[in-house]
Design a protein around this ligand. Structure first.
Ligand SMILES: *Cc1c(COP(=O)(O)O)cnc(C)c1O
Length: 358
């Protein structure tokens, strides 16, 4: 077993999918697998979700990778295309671009794609990132509707900016605007990310687009997976490679950023920012050694961290260390590192061996 590795609990993935299905019974699921499936492995996760109706990726290359790996479900490309060669890739690999700008409508109008390409029309209801403004949406949607290179009917989507804030009026405004504008269209609708799906009734439409929740992480800032009925997929692990006894006043690590306040039994664990453990994790960030919580001390280095084993006298070289996952919520580690769980998961590096478990 390599020192730094990530166990991937694919049974938990199945559980999370079931949990999310219960939130919106009958809705079709578009599993979001962008950014290497939030660090879990694009193809591995797609292959482990044989019952979802579609996948969503951010970029066309990610969709091509899925097709080349033999994935047969529908694949939406959230950023779509900005050039003809990218549009051709969509057609060649049966990828469904999200149409969010008039430029894309023009490229479709000047293309000849036979049979017509499936596309998703995206309306910007207030996130102000990608999407057609409500004022231009009607015209563009009508143009797509008569474009020979586009398959009908065309589903309509939008994205919520603040769905993770349970009382936010912005979400209500976005939902009202969306439902008001698409009321007359006999088409499928897609609104909800994980937070929308878990928390916003009016966001549960024909299609839902969960990402982070599938990986067993709460989308809400002050909650953990357990409270949302989710189970973490990834458990990041390593082991202790050295133990030292330090005196009161000894400085630990780069910059001597930790000064031992008392005689300290210190352990060195083989994981660092070169593996994706966050360099900004503060002293005091919890780490599990043999299943017991101990505090991180001093700065995170590229390949190692230091932990205080004073209260863990039985710990020895070779003992198991968990950085996040089962038994230690990644949400909690993110707070200690002033970041969000999405970032921690996406940042796990190539050096970390992924080990699948069922
Ligand atoms: C990333 C993304 C999602 C999934 O968001 P989560 O918060 O991970 O559930 C859904 N829709 C769009 C457009 C996205 O970019």
């Amino acid at each position: 077993m390599p020192a730094a590795h990530a166990e991937l609990n694919l049974t938990a993935l199945e559980h999370n999918l079931q949990r999310l299905r219960c939130c919106a019974p009958g809705a079709k699921i578009m599993a979001v697998v962008k950014a290497n499936a939030y660090g879990h492995g694009l193809v591995r996760i797609a292959e482990s979700l044989p019952t979802v109706d579609a996948f969503a990726v951010a970029r066309v290359e990610e969709g091509v990778r899925l097709r080349k790996a033999g994935i047969a479900q529908r694949i939406a490309v959230l950023q779509g295309f900005i050039r003809n060669d990218e549009l051709e890739l969509h057609a060649r690999f049966d990828l469904e671009p999200v149409i969010h700008s008039e430029l894309q409508v023009e490229l479709l109008e000047s293309a000849t794609i036979n049979p017509g390409l499936r596309v998703w029309a995206k309306m910007d209801t207030g996130m102000h990132r990608l999407g057609l403004d409500p004022a231009e949406f009607r015209e563009c949607y009508a143009r797509l509707g008569i474009c020979p290179s586009v398959r009908k009917p065309i589903p309509i989507m939008t994205h919520l900016a603040n769905a993770d804030v349970l009382t936010d009026v912005v979400t209500e405004k976005q939902l009202d605007l969306f439902h008001g504008l698409v009321l007359r269209d006999p088409c499928e609708r897609s609104i909800a990310n994980s937070a929308g799906l878990l928390a916003w009734e009016a966001a549960r439409t024909e299609w839902v687009r969960p990402g982070i929740a599938l990986y067993g992480v709460s989308p809400f800032p002050d909650r953990t997976a357990l409270e949302d009925g989710l189970r973490p997929i990834m458990t990041l692990k390593t082991h202790i490679i050295a133990i030292k006894s330090l005196k009161r006043g000894d400085a630990v690590g780069y910059g001597g950023a930790w000064i031992c306040p008392h005689p300290t039994r210190m352990g060195i664990a083989a994981i660092g920012y070169g593996d994706g453990y966050p360099r900004h994790a503060q002293s005091g960030t919890p780490v599990l050694v043999n299943g017991r919580r101990v505090p991180l001390i001093g700065r995170v280095s590229m390949d190692m961290i230091s932990v205080d084993l004073t209260e863990c006298s039985e710990a020895t070289v070779g003992d198991a260390v968990t950085l996040w996952g089962e038994g230690l919520p990644v949400e909690e580690i993110a707070r200690h590192a002033s970041t969000i769980p999405y970032v921690l998961l996406c940042n796990v590096t190539q050096r970390v061996r992924m080990i699948e478990r069922r």
